[in-house]
Ligand binder design. Structure first.
Ligand code: IVH
Length: 579
């Protein structure tokens, strides 16, 4: 069998399985992004081999099996979908096409956020909510009346004394998870779908769900509207929730401005949105354009750039931190997510590797929301083949070759080399000269590496013994820059307060806040040096674990000698008593 044919068969099997899990089992296992990727691949392959297209292919089928609910609802009119575009040029083409069809330049578009949730249809009979159903396969949906009536902003009864209430009103819209922070940007659909299917929603979940109506049918024909926007405005009179970011525009530059605005606002909104929907406003024109068996031709979704991308793991490297913790970092083929080029992501610890079940050469999904650090969120196990290589846990430090060991809860792998490990040492220097510590901005990361690799800086004291002549030996450092750095070092000696100094020592678990607590309590470095665990744990905010770290640090003769030298006349570090 040819390669393409084999792949087509495999992808179809996979998509059919996903559809089964989604529609029949109600247990989706892939994100929309992965699903779209697979469908797109199938479309491409079928384009190469049109002879293999069959009516059963997932690209051709519209009706998908639905579980035999004793409580299904057949939609009065089908709940269809619309095409998606991703590029500005596609928007121009869509607009050109519409204007050509209608032979006019005066088309009004109604633009709305594309809400990322679950589509539902709600029927009101004589103003009373009669039933609600999920979209299901577009023709038959699941009865979710009980749960819908629990969503706080869906009216159970529509009342308005000043305007007529149609006897049969079907409203359609999206149930979504109300976002309070950036945390739930993913898997909205799965969460909402799960919640709506639960036999009875508990109070805490109810509070998390909201609804926006995006279309309606007045089935009883008592009222007539010319356009989509006016209809939505009218529904507001019935207290049906309509999203506030719905606007009409008459050209593509206005639409782009709206798109850009919504994109900027995206992470701040109380609902999750993955693009905008552009609808032809006039009902007459909508009707003329009509539908295919799957989509409304009068609407299009213009999607935002994805927060996710797919790539292949090439290698795992290990970073050794200041305290010896070895962090595995995945290196992968460069991908662009929402404008940033990304080629690596931390795997945090070895538990994460186990949890994700990740191997070298695996295809993975990388996610990045806003400015948040990229994260591998999923391994596409179905793409794994026999070139997958298991990730070994290094029994020796990849930097200094010392033995490694796991911490007591087996999550962190630690290099036992301490400051003999060049990586731990470099990280300590970076920490020592950082802003909240001794503060020497001129000593950047690259320079620190060069100074240690050239044996110019072998301990913290050496930093204060640096001379211009040492610095200009380093590639890229001229005399002027060397003078500046030396000046900064001299200044830093006079500007350290006690809490900065405590922080600079890099005691495990002692961050900025703990350093301030210690400096307030002990008021001098000498009192801190001679303290004991009993006295340390008396300080509010310091637990036994950190107290032990502090105590042990000052029991170490090397540490004491180093502090003594730093404060000696030779180095001349002066500590201000209080921070
Ligand atoms: S109009 C019934 N407007 O996008 C009318 N759909 O593939 C057709 N969606 O599942 C939908 N926001 O649930 C429309 N402002 C919006 C929307 C929206 C989200 C969903 C809809 C459907 C999917 C289209």
């Amino acid at each position: 069998m040819g390669k393409i044919k084999k792949r087509i068969i495999n992808i179809r099997k996979l998509i059919n399985y996903w559809n089964y899990l989604y529609y029949v089992k109600n247990k989706p296992i892939v994100s929309d992004y992965e699903y779209d990727q697979a469908i797109n691949e199938l479309i491409l392959l079928e384009n190469c081999r049109p002879d293999l297209i069959t009516p059963e292919s997932p690209t051709q089928r519209i009706s998908i099996n639905i579980k035999n609910y004793y409580n299904n609802i057949t939609h009065i009119s089908p709940m269809l979908s619309f095409n998606s575009i991703y590029k500005y040029n596609d928007l121009i083409s869509f607009d050109n096409k519409i204007r050509n069809i209608f032979k006019t330049n005066h088309i009004i578009y109604c633009c709305e956020p594309k809400i990322d949730g679950v589509a539902v249809s709600i029927l009101y009979k004589n103003g009373k909510l009669k039933y609600a159903a999920t979209r299901g396969n577009g023709y038959v949906g699941e009865n979710i009346t009980n749960n819908i009536t629990n969503i706080y902003n869906i009216p159970l009864l529509i009342k308005n004394n000043s305007t007529l209430i149609p006897s049969l009103l079907e409203i359609r819209g999206e149930v979504f998870l109300i976002r309070k922070d950036k945390s739930n940007l993913f898997n909205e659909r799965n969460n909402v779908a799960g919640a709506l299917r639960r036999s009875n929603l508990n109070a805490s979940i109810k509070k998390l769900l909201g609804f926006y109506c995006y279309s309606a049918n007045i089935l009883s024909n008592e009222l007539f509207f010319n356009n989509h926007y006016d209809l939505l405005q009218h529904l507001k009179l019935y207290r049906i929730p309509i999203n506030k970011y719905i606007n009409c525009f008459s050209n593509t530059s206005e639409i782009i401005e709206y798109y850009n605005n919504m994109h900027k606002k995206r992470s701040l909104l109380s609902f999750s949105t993955d693009g905008i929907v552009i609808k032809i406003n006039s009902f007459a024109l909508q009707k003329k354009l009509g539908i295919t068996n799957k989509i409304y031709k009068w609407a299009i979704a213009y999607k935002f750039p994805s927060y996710e991308a797919m790539t292949v793991i090439k290698n795992i490297i290990y970073q050794v931190g200041r305290t010896g913790i070895i962090t595995p970092v995945a290196k992968f083929n460069t991908i662009n997510i929402a404008g940033a080029n990304i080629s690596s992501a931390s795997l945090h610890n070895f538990n994460e590797i186990r949890k994700l079940d990740i191997m070298i050469n695996d295809t993975v999904i990388v996610s990045r929301v806003g400015d948040v650090i990229p994260k591998i969120t999923k391994v596409l196990l179905y793409k794994r083949n026999n070139n997958a290589i298991k990730i070994q846990i290094p029994n020796k430090c990849p930097v200094c070759n010392s033995i490694t060991e796991f911490n007591c809860n087996k999550t962190k792998l630690i290099c036992t080399g301490k400051l003999n490990c060049s990586s731990q040492f470099i990280e300590l220097i970076k920490h020592f000269v950082s802003k909240n510590a001794i503060n020497i901005p001129g000593l950047g990361n690259k320079l620190i590496v060069k100074l240690t690799k050239n044996n110019i800086v072998l301990n913290l004291v050496d930093i204060f013994c640096l001379r211009e002549i040492d610095l200009i030996k380093i590639n890229g450092i001229n005399y002027k820059l060397a003078r500046k750095i030396i000046h900064e070092i001299e200044q830093s000696k006079r500007n350290v307060n006690l809490s900065n100094f405590i922080y600079s020592l890099g005691i495990n678990g002692v961050g900025v806040v703990t350093s301030i607590l210690l400096s307030k309590f002990y008021k001098s470095i000498n009192s801190l040096i001679i303290t004991d665990i009993k006295s340390l744990v008396k300080i509010k905010g310091i637990g036994l674990k950190i107290a032990r770290n502090i105590y042990n640090f000052f029991q170490d003769k090397n540490n004491l000698a180093m502090i003594k030298t730093l404060l000696s006349k030779k180095v001349g570090l002066k500590i201000h008593k209080l921070h």
